[in-house]
Design a protein around this ligand. Structure first.
Ligand code: SF4
Length: 431
């Protein structure tokens, strides 16, 4: 909110939620603020943050002050922007997790906001994964901590700099590891190592991986050790879906996950979800990096009522629904660079995909208003990218070995939406 982007439909302000954790009073405060400012829908981001869209420019200062007063932003703009911490949205309730990452997430956010982290850029991000069934491996952050079981039965965090947590471990590969009880020492060491450079990739570029690893060991007082990747148990399964009803580690409780269409929630729906979390859960919501939302700690007797309420509020709680696979940017209605009404077109795409057998739908589909591709950092299986002729799209597929663009290989161009979808359907059947 300190430095909102000025878009076609007004200002766009990000509210950082370390670990995606959103207590219901905070959710209600955001909903109230959006209404009072006359802002548009609340957007869920792929970093598990929230964005207020379409804020009237003359309301920016009022919004910033209100977020600070609600504890949702820090007074220092630079410190506020550094609090980028991504974690599994089921931390602390996931039946399979090895470590409850919530205390570490809180500590990391505080460290990133401290003066020790002053040199880091606002893009610097920390990922913390507890090893549960819903995990966030496979994403590139400046530093990633992944809880994993070693072959001797102990639990460790492996540490990756500027590369994703893998799902297989290679014998003979030196992997930085730390005991979970000393993870904060590792965090401090990473911040000290990277702060002079701004990003981890820049630190690695300057120092090289081997020297950076030695530095982390030294700066952490020996807490961080390079050990053989063969000591770690793998492979690790794909992440389970964060959508639907799932049993928790504590008996008699479940978490319920849902996704709003294209990651947008009306403020009134967010306020109602806050109330639902208080009445049907533990008073907390979690934002997922798949632009969804989790209500943890629902009593099993209340599942049907909570599911019905989520559906009434516009959440899709079916993990097979195409809402889970389709993303779209603001497009021409919210962005000056937009060449198509991606929001409307993406809704039409979702409706179309509902008529296609689940096994024949693309696993992921990106509708982009221009070649910048803001809505998805990695190539989707299929992408529709608006072309210069109004109402037309180029179609891309991220096939193995495809090169040429950030979307993959261009397989058709200049098609209207209906014709473009025929190519998407064909791509879906390729698997
Ligand atoms: S992809 Fe293009 S049209 Fe869409 S939000 Fe980004 S810049 Fe705007």
């Amino acid at each position: 909110m300190h430095a909102p982007f000025l878009e076609l439909d007004g200002a766009l302000a990000r509210i950082r939620l370390p670990g995606g954790i959103l207590p219901s009073p905070a959710a209600r405060a955001i909903a109230t603020l959006a209404t009072e400012l006359g802002a548009g829908p609340v957007e869920l981001t792929n970093r598990a943050n929230l964005q207020l869209r379409a804020i009237p420019p003359d309301a920016i200062g009022r919004g910033r002050d209100a977020l600070i007063a609600a504890g949702l932003a820090l007074e220092d703009p630079d410190a506020d922007e550094r609090r980028n911490v991504l974690a599994s949205p089921t931390a602390g309730v996931d039946a399979e997790e090895l470590v409850d990452t919530r205390p570490l997430v809180t500590d990391v956010a505080a460290r990133l906001a401290s003066t020790a982290a002053t040199g880091l850029t606002p893009k610097f991000g920390v990922l913390v994964d507890g090893g549960g069934s819903v995990h966030v491996r496979g994403r590139v952050h400046d530093v990633a901590f992944g809880a994993v079981r070693a072959r001797d039965g102990s639990v460790r965090y492996e540490i990756r700099l500027a590369e994703p947590l893998p799902v297989v471990f290679v014998a003979g590969e030196a992997v930085l590891q730390v005991d979970p009880s000393q993870a904060l020492d590792a965090v401090d060491a990473v911040i000290a190592l990277c702060a002079p450079f701004g990003r981890a990739s820049d630190a690695l570029g300057e120092l090289g991986r081997e020297r950076a690893a030695r530095e982390l060991t030294r700066r952490s007082g020996g807490a961080v050790i390079a050990r053989d990747g063969g000591e770690l148990r793998g492979p690790i399964n794909e992440s389970a879906s964060a959508v639907g009803v799932h049993g928790q580690r504590n008996a008699g409780r479940v978490w319920v996950g849902g996704v709003p269409v294209l990651g947008r929630l009306e403020p009134a729906a967010l306020a109602a979800l806050a109330t639902l979390a208080e009445q049907g859960g533990s008073g907390e919501l979690r934002i997922t990096p798949w632009r969804g939302l989790v209500v943890p700690d629902v009593a099993t007797d209340d599942v049907a009522a909570v599911l019905a309420a989520c559906t009434d509020l516009g959440l899709v709680c079916d993990p097979e629904h195409p809402v889970n696979t389709v993303v779209a940017c603001a497009g021409e209605c919210g962005c000056a660079a937009g060449l198509a009404d991606t929001q409307s077109d993406a809704r039409a795409v979702i409706d179309h995909l509902l008529t296609v057998p689940v096994a024949e739908r693309p696993r992921s589909l990106h509708v982009s208003g221009c070649e910048k591709g803001c809505a998805r950092p990695r190539p989707a299986q299929a992408s529709l990218v608006a072309g210069p002729v109004r109402g037309t799209y180029d179609v891309y597929a991220a096939r193995a070995g495809a090169t040429g663009s950030r979307f993959g290989e261009r397989i058709a161009s200049g098609l209207d939406l209906r014709a473009a979808m025929e190519h998407v359907d064909a791509e879906g059947t390729r698997g």
